[in-house]
Design a protein around this ligand. Sequence first.
Ligand code: URA
Length: 433
Amino acid sequence: MLPQWIIERKRDGHPLTDGELSFFITGYVRGDIPDYQAAALAMAIYFQGMTPDETATLTRLMMQSGDTIDTSSIAAPKIDKHSTGGVGDKISIALAPLVASCGIAVPMMSGRGLGITGGTLDKLESIPGFRINLQPAEFISILKACGCSMIGQTGQLVPADRKLYALRDVTATVPSIPLIVSSIMSKKLAEGIDGLVLDVKCGSGAFMQTPATARDLALALIGVGRSMGKRVTALITAMDQPLGRTVGNALEIRESIDILLGRGPGDSTELTLQLAAEMTTLAGFTPNPEAARPLLLRKLETGQALDVFKTMVRLQGGCDGIVDTPALLPSAPLRQPYAAPCSGFVATVDAGSIGRAALLLGAGRTKTTDRIDPAAGLSALVKVGEQVTAGQPLAILHAATPEHISTALPSVQNAFTIVPGPVTPPPLILERL
Ligand code: URA
């Protein structure tokens, strides 16, 4: 078998056999197949797609390309959540401790931000001392101690995705459903989970910009997860405006603590509760998501979820004093309000534009090697439907230099539309699958 024969078959629209996919993935991870042939295959998959069986085989082969985490010594059900990524999406940070406080184990392997979407690891690293590079034994011991742990992808985990994702990023082959599905699910399945809740984002700040494409992605993710014997559900959620009122790493940690204290913004708190309810239901702890709500609210009110967060932060080397003293988090030397140009009702807070503004303020990266400013970003963001008066801040920009602020300002200006008449806030959850 030669790699070019496999590329040719996919280019011409034929499904690949398990043997062909295995030959290609093992050869690529070993270094026998060069990047240019893997890039050609990725582009052929981008144009020709894959059948559900091919996608499931590709996912399994990628998962088996390295180590998997053995969670069998943990008795509790192991349930994780994955979001396809959005602007201001800090949900995992409060969600994992909240669900862990109910007795469920949440082994969470997260990613870094790239482009306009933020990454949970970057947010966590804005907590002084927090370590995301844990060996599997320490990961398991923290999971046993407090019910949740949040780490990055270790060197030996899913090396096929590590190589292929970096290649896709520079060959315009990221937005392909079979490639996204195999990338996400290979990593999630390698965590040793029993179940997974997917938050598939839809809108201007997400990969999938329409409900139809978000639904296709959700169904493909669910199909692969279930074909591997896992319990999987998905929510399709809105990403036309940022989630919550902050975008930027340390700022989002502050908001996550507020959610755990029961005083977070309405939308980010609500999505945390809804996803947590799906997780307790997948774990068999509640008969349905509606029934989970009183339990989850109690965990917030009694401070038990916050205690789990503090313990996890401490066990991962972080400063848990940030909970009582948020000033211990990095803060930017410059804070500049962006004032409403007129009075009226907020019609749009475009997530894509706010994501670009955060990137330009220093909160994100355009290349994987860029350094980020943990303090940069936006806070006090208004929400669609709110009434504002001329001169009132629509957001506060946080940055290290005046140049960062002036570069980001046009994107901030573009984000907001204010209209004279009332605007109905859009729904947060578009569909449950
Ligand atoms: N996130 C991933 O991990 N992989 C993709 O391909 C897209 C988003």
